[in-house]
Design a protein around this ligand. Structure first.
Ligand SMILES: [Zn+2]
Length: 154
């Protein structure tokens, strides 16, 4: 079913749609079948998503953000308040875990949206488009690239 024209959604909108768990192409179908399991394709527009390569980027970003926020909050609370040790030992691990688990799915969705917007991996081909109309082919067909570097020679 093709409910959307085959034009690529912009970077910010794609990542925003992914962040809220929606298909970056149409914004209607869901990305995730389970907590972190990406659906093979969008139920609404047919965008294939099984070839995404989010890999370690979502947890890396989540650790980066959560560590800075929690670290700052711990520092501020220790410097400004006389927090009992048992409170620190019971509150911060729970808050850290909750924040990390809460952010992991939205961040992974945003990473899938990023890959879609940039036409990375299998996202070069949009639903309803001919395979040769993808971004990767456009890069390969760019004139002057052949022989520009020894790395590109067959
Ligand atoms: Zn879709």
């Amino acid at each position: 079913m093709m409910s959307e024209p085959s034009t690529r959604t912009g970077l910010v909108r794609s990542m925003a749609r992914g962040f809220v768990g929606r298909c970056p192409h149409c914004g209607e179908g869901r990305i995730f079948g389970r907590y972190l399991k990406v659906r093979p394709e969008c139920d609404a527009c047919g965008l294939e998503m099984h070839h995404h390569r989010a890999d370690d980027l979502p947890p890396y970003l989540v650790i980066f953000v959560v560590a800075h926020v929690i670290g700052y909050l711990i520092l501020e609370s220790e410097l400004n308040y006389d927090v009992p040790l048992w409170v620190s030992l019971s509150v911060w691990p729970v808050v850290t875990l909750a924040m990390a688990l809460g952010l992991l799915q939205p961040v992974k969705g945003a990473v899938v949206g990023l890959q879609y917007a940039l036409g990375m991996h299998g996202f070069a081909t949009l639903p309803g488009a001919k395979p040769e109309a993808g971004l990767e082919d456009a890069h390969l067909d760019r004139p002057g690239l052949d022989g520009a570097s020894p790395l590109f020679r067959p």
